[in-house]
Design a binder for this molecule. Structure first.
Ligand code: GLA
Length: 398
């Protein structure tokens, strides 16, 4: 009798262990590309705690949170000095990080932060070199949910310890990223890990092995079309490295910044969605226009970015300045984009859609997303015209 009771108890215990471990497996960090907002593109070094609070408020009131933008990420320049015990403090722009995290969490959002494996960050604030675990523990104690770890100051370390030895320098870089990965794991808190080292040493090949949930593939994006177009076009060949939990990051969004036109904002957003890119808005949310909000929260565009299959687009065809990219979707459908990267004001040429090469099966029905129009079953000779920097974004379904 006691034996049976013991066996029952044991199986109940193992069942409850299964029940406890299951949710963890279901909540893979960054199962779809992370979405949120980051302070750098607009505020750069001027960002304050009040700006971040205001951003959190506006993410909620603009409907961005409900569209999926949940990470509120503080970039560089929050760091103060270390005390005698090596504990890092915030600077005067961020008087109380714990209170800020509590505030952001109370809005149903998550808080992200920034550091460097070097002794200094890019903006020459305090980095984490030699204090990795201490910093990771500090972030966890505040309730941080996301870390962007930016190589910058570590370059000095690489050059001084392995002058001229590229292979050794690369190994040092891998080790530095792995060190912070281990430190984050040790905190026990799920913290999205974002590598920022501009794609050095083909980071997409080793990022997942150092625990990266995303890694920058490029230098810094700027709020102009030339920068956005260059980044978009150079993501060719990277799709095989991305997937649930680990994403290529072509850098943050500039939608709503600079002097980008409606077509440019749409093409930028659409390209990033095709690329299964992390979507971190980088604009001044206090100046959101209905046009920019509409682009950032377009549910059909976001559905492509966030598609559960996690397959980033590849280029199917290029003709002069026109490029056709496609990606398969979880429902068996296909997303296809055509962008006119040319400068001619009205470049109209008969560009075939190359549907078969793009993975579109005969009979699939198309929807023109930016124009919110169902097109029915179209063929390669579908007639459209694209002005400079304009994007045709189609979703094909069975
Ligand atoms: C680098 C990064 C940027 C930003 C700045 C902050 O340039 O690539 O995204 O984080 O540092 O100093």
């Amino acid at each position: 009798m006691r034996r049976i009771a013991f066996a029952l108890l044991a199986s109940a215990l193992s069942l409850s262990a299964v029940a406890q471990t299951k949710p963890a497996a279901q909540t893979t960090l960054a199962a779809t590309p992370p979405m949120g907002w980051n302070s750098w593109n607009w505020f750069a070094g001027k960002v304050t705690q009040e700006d971040v609070k205001a951003a959190a408020d506006l993410i909620v009131s603009s409907g961005m949170r409900d569209a999926g933008y949940v990470y509120v990420n503080i970039d560089d320049t929050w760091e103060g000095k270390r005390d005698a015990n090596g504990v890092l403090h915030t600077n005067e722009k961020f008087p109380d990080m714990k209170a800020l995290a509590d505030y952001v969490h109370s809005k149903g959002l998550k808080l992200g932060i920034y550091s460097s494996p070097g002794d200094q960050t890019c903006a020459k604030y305090e980095g984490s070199l030699g204090h990795e675990q201490q910093d990771a523990d500090l972030y966890a104690s505040w309730g941080i949910d996301y870390l962007k770890y930016d190589l910058c100051g570590f370059g000095k370390e690489m050059n001084s310890k392995a002058p001229g030895d590229r292979l050794k320098q690369n190994q040092m870089m891998h080790d530095a990223y792995e060190k912070m990965h281990q430190a984050l794991l040790k905190t026990g808190r799920p913290i999205v890990y974002s590598l920022c080292q501009y794609g050095f040493d083909s980071v997409w090949q080793w990022g997942p092995s150092v625990g990266a949930n995303l890694w920058r593939t490029t230098g810094d994006v700027q709020a102009n079309w030339a920068s956005i177009a260059l980044i978009g076009k150079t993501q060719i060949g990277l799709s095989k490295y991305a997937g649930p939990g680990h994403w290529n990051d072509p850098d943050m969004l500039e939608v709503g910044n600079g002097k980008l036109s409606l077509d440019e904002n749409r093409a930028h957003m659409g390209m990033w969605a095709m690329l299964a890119a992390p979507l971190l808005a980088g604009n001044n949310l206090t100046q959101l226009t209905p046009e920019v909000t509409g682009i950032l929260t377009n549910r059909e565009v976001l559905a492509i970015d966030q598609d559960k299959l996690g397959k980033q687009a590849e280029r199917v065809y290029q003709e002069g300045p026109i490029e056709i990219w496609s990606r398969p979707l979880a429902d068996g459908g296909v997303a296809l984009s055509v962008i006119n990267f040319g400068e001619d004001e009205n470049f109209v040429r008969g560009i075939s859609l190359h549907l078969k090469e793009a993975g579109v099966k005969p009979g699939m029905k198309a929807r023109d997303i930016w124009n919110a129009k169902d097109l029915g079953a179209i063929k390669d000779d579908y007639k459209y015209s694209l002005k400079r920097h304009q994007m045709l974004l189609l979703r094909f379904s069975k």
